[in-house]
Write a protein that binds this ligand. Structure first.
Ligand SMILES: Cc1cc2nc3c(=O)[nH]c(=O)nc-3n(C[C@H](O)[C@H](O)[C@H](O)COP(=O)(O)OP(=O)(O)OC[C@H]3O[C@@H](n4cnc5c(N)ncnc54)[C@H](O)[C@@H]3O)c2cc1C
Length: 356
């Protein structure tokens, strides 16, 4: 399903910076170290998927290569290595002897294998086939899990009528968003339920953390990230309040937001107006539902896993990808994390095999 808003296969960053994009950063460090951005790009290129780095650092497949093409090429490579792919086979739990059961056309069968690798996905976008039913199967084995929560998602805001009535669907271009100590330049869109867009998704994790503590949470919009408050003030200090927005070249939606979220006293004072343009606080009600999120956190708790992603209590079973409770922003980091985990487990297993 990836691809609608740009299909990012990875993100060009140095190793140290890359580790910091993941939470907790230590969890994926070794996997990212061994199979990082360069290794992933070179693997793509071996699959005849040439990539390029966009201005934002995001890594895309060359023009004309769709997400479906990428998937097809990966599948072909696996099949060339004699991997058998069984579609419409559902994992439906474990036997009393902890053996996975697979259901196909109403028939259930326990699977005999030395090693099991699970990558059952997170909780969002059910249309891709993911659901969280597997969590109960692992809970039955004594594995601790955490319910899925939305990550990389839009934010719910109770918009005042002045925004509801006139600005739904409008973009906020070239803005910056502050949340705690983070500042992100990008775009956002005002929607019926709140706000979304590439400047919003990366802060949704820190918003979630504050909401989880039942504390009020605000994001701060900077409508003029390339100008200082002083520079703005120079432009409006001798003007009448009704001319402030025009003099600062604020578009209609930005001007309405400033008006809606400032008191009359703030609105008529040039100093306070500029301060609001640079730092407009919007209260956030909640996150969008898990189903709509680009990714989720939750799933198998990291404490259940050995450093090679096998389960401590069942070392012949491995869990990887979004079914494990780690987090990363959009922009290629999610797929990178999943591929790095996969490559790491594969390498470990091959080494064990050689040693036997
Ligand atoms: C719209 C959208 C766009 C995205 N764009 C990007 C992007 O551009 N770049 C990026 O880095 N990330 C992107 N992501 C995130 C990325 O796609 C995921 O993080 C990644 O696919 C997770 O991989 P995974 O293997 O853990 O899970 P998934 O890719 O979700 O795969 C899990 C698989 O397990 C199967 N499954 C689940 N339960 C069972 C069961 N009981 N039995 C059998 N099979 C089961 C599911 O059908 C599914 O095929 C996007 C996500 C979405 C929703």
């Amino acid at each position: 399903m990836a691809g609608k808003g740009g299909f990012n296969l990875a993100h060009q960053l140095g190793k140290e910076e890359l580790y910091q994009k993941y939470a907790p950063s230590s969890f994926l460090k070794q996997a990212l170290h061994d199979f990082g951005v360069d290794e992933l790009r070179s693997w793509y290129s071996q699959l005849a998927i040439p990539t390029f780095v966009g201005t934002s650092g995001r890594i895309f497949p060359e023009k004309g290569i769709s997400p479906a093409d990428v998937l097809r090429k990966i599948k072909k490579k696996l099949q060339n290595q004699n991997v058998q792919v069984f579609t419409e086979h559902e994992f439906v739990g474990f036997t009393e002897d902890y053996i996975p059961i697979i259901k196909y056309q109403q028939e259930e069968k326990a699977i005999d294998a030395d090693i099991f690798i699970f990558s059952l996905g997170g909780g969002s976008w059910k249309v891709t086939g993911v659901n969280s039913e597997w969590m109960q199967y692992f809970k039955n084995l004594g594995i601790s899990t955490r319910p899925f929560q939305a990550a990389n998602c839009g934010l719910n805001v109770d918009w005042p009528m002045s925004i509801q009535d006139f600005h739904i669907g409008k973009p906020l271009k070239n803005i910056a968003i502050r949340q705690e100590d983070r500042l992100l330049k990008g775009e956002a869109v005002i929607s019926e339920y709140g706000i979304e867009g590439n400047a919003i998704y990366p802060i949704s994790s820190s918003v979630r953390n504050v909401l989880n503590e039942n504390k009020p949470v605000f994001i701060s919009l900077d409508f003029k990230p390339n100008q200082s408050e002083e520079e703005l003030l120079e432009k409006i200090q001798y003007l009448k309040p009704r001319n402030f927005a025009k003099a600062l070249k604020l578009d209609a939606v930005s001007a309405s937001l400033v008006k809606a979220y400032t008191t009359k006293e703030q609105f008529i004072s040039p100093e306070n107006y500029c301060c609001s343009v640079k730092n407009l606080k919007i209260p956030i009600k909640s996150l969008r539902p898990v189903e709509e999120a680009i990714s989720t956190v939750g799933g198998i708790e990291i404490s259940n896993l050995n450093s090679d992603f096998s389960l401590v209590d069942y070392p012949h079973m491995y869990c990887m990808g979004e079914m494990v409770n780690w987090d990363a922003p959009t922009g290629g980091f999610l797929l990178q994390g999943c591929f790095s985990m996969g490559a790491f487990v594969a390498t470990q297993l091959l080494q064990h095999k050689k040693a036997d």
